[in-house]
Design a protein around this ligand. Structure first.
Ligand SMILES: Cc1cc2nc3c(=O)[nH]c(=O)nc-3n(C[C@H](O)[C@H](O)[C@H](O)COP(=O)(O)OP(=O)(O)OC[C@H]3O[C@@H](n4cnc5c(N)ncnc54)[C@H](O)[C@@H]3O)c2cc1C
Length: 383
């Protein structure tokens, strides 16, 4: 079985980048992750280092300060991050860099010039703010508003569960600019964190991913220039869903790699752990369940590879396939890691064993970037 990737699908440059990113994880992330778990994420210097090494804004063109790669580089990051022992704690923190791709794809020339070079250098982090206390899956029912007054937008409302809110310099905020128009009345407005009336709320305590901060944010008559509108007024839903669609391949890639990591660690564990006078590996129950896990991983890998191949051939992601991958692979990841914890016995519940953090990290993957139920809804619409 290929792991963590199928080399035949990637160019030499992707592989060189893979080595760079893996080394970065080993040298700069993994040794520090326990500290970041304590303090809720990396210090600002970490992001500057990440910028120097060239792992931020990997698909941003050179004219905006990026290396000019393609989305394949983001997939490399997902696979390697998922397999890293730090991945289960750092997922949203590192994947949040995808905001630069959303801004590049949808921002005005002025917005691109203002933000992208700083994002690529690690000087400016950003948040994508969609979810609200009363609306998550049902994005169109959001209540945050932006009202045009002269050459400004005035934003009011609140968002919750926003990844990287604590260190974001700005947010791409889903707002109703025409509340009567439902989904067609949503626009995306850039709101800088230093605007009057903006307030960062609590850093929320979570089950896992403790080295990634997640917070509430509030807007009380926040005035931003009219030029902070991203794309076309009323077309925000497309921008938000475009960003989420990208996540719907990123998270299954992370999830598959995380499940593979759990499998590898479990095989090692059960071969060394004895019970009733023999290694746990020798019980037929263990061998059969591990055989099933290995098979499921191979099936998942083949499906993900098909999506990658499809992307290479067409230059775009197929939304239905991505929804299927997000549903199936993340559900599979949950089943596999749960079984891997079981094979570890009590050790599986202890954070000193990677499967413990992999378990709480994986639980997120069926919820955000669209829950498994929403994936079923999307797929069922195509039947
Ligand atoms: C750690 C973390 C980080 C996050 N980061 C961000 C971020 O950066 N930006 C952001 O905007 N959001 C973020 N989110 C929010 C996340 O995207 C939402 O939690 C998710 O979309 C689900 O929305 P909800 O929590 O409101 O649940 P709800 O939508 O209230 O869902 C509750 C339950 O109802 C089910 N349900 C809802 N609608 C249907 C339906 N039509 N049919 C069947 N079942 C349905 C859901 O599947 C779920 O099981 C984050 C969440 C977490 C936990």
């Amino acid at each position: 079985m290929y792991y963590p990737h199928n080399p035949a699908l990637w160019d030499e440059e992707h592989e060189i980048f893979r080595q760079t990113f893996r080394r970065f994880l080993e040298e700069e992330v993994e040794p520090n992750v326990d500290r970041w778990i304590e303090i809720g994420g990396p210090e600002p210097e970490f992001w500057l280092k990440a910028g120097e090494v060239g792992i931020l804004g990997v698909d941003i063109p050179e004219e905006y300060g990026g290396p000019g790669g393609d989305f394949m580089y983001r997939m490399v990051i997902a696979e390697e991050l998922g397999y890293s022992p730090a991945g289960a704690s750092m997922g949203p923190a590192l994947i949040g860099d995808g905001c630069s791709e959303i801004l590049y794809r949808n921002g005005t020339e002025e917005q691109r010039r203002k933000w992208l070079p700083a994002m690529v250098k690690g000087e400016a982090r950003a948040g994508l703010a969609i979810t609200e206390p009363a609306s998550g899956s049902d994005v169109a029912s959001m209540r945050t508003t932006a009202v045009r007054k002269g050459d400004e937008w005035v934003v009011n409302g609140s968002k919750t569960y926003i990844s990287n809110a604590k260190d974001a310099k700005f947010f791409m905020v889903g707002c109703k600019t025409d509340p009567a128009a439902g989904a067609q009345g949503i626009s995306v407005i850039i709101v800088e964190a230093d605007r009057g009336g903006f307030q960062l709320g609590r850093d929320l305590n979570k089950m896992g991913n403790h080295a990634s901060n997640t917070a509430e944010i509030f807007f009380d008559n926040v005035h931003v220039p009219a030029g902070n509108l991203m794309g076309v007024e009323g077309k925000g839903m497309g921008i938000l869903l475009g960003g989420v669609n990208m996540d719907r391949i990123t998270w299954p890639l992370i999830g598959h790699a995380a499940a593979t990591r759990a499998f590898h660690e479990t095989v090692e564990f059960v071969k060394n752990r004895n019970s009733f006078g023999q290694p746990v590996f020798e019980f037929q129950n263990t061998r059969f369940k591990l055989a099933e896990i290995k098979t499921e991983l191979a099936v998942g890998r083949a499906f993900l590879d098909e999506i990658i191949r499809n992307y290479r051939a067409n230059g775009k992601l197929d939304m239905e396939l991505c929804a299927m991958a997000k549903l199936w692979v993340c559900e599979m990841e949950g089943r596999i890691i749960d079984q891997c914890v079981q094979f570890h016995g009590g050790a599986g519940y202890m954070d000193e064993y990677n499967v413990s953090r992999l378990y709480t990290g994986a639980r997120l993957h069926r919820i955000f970037a669209g829950t498994s139920e929403i994936m079923r809804l999307i797929i069922s619409r195509t039947i």
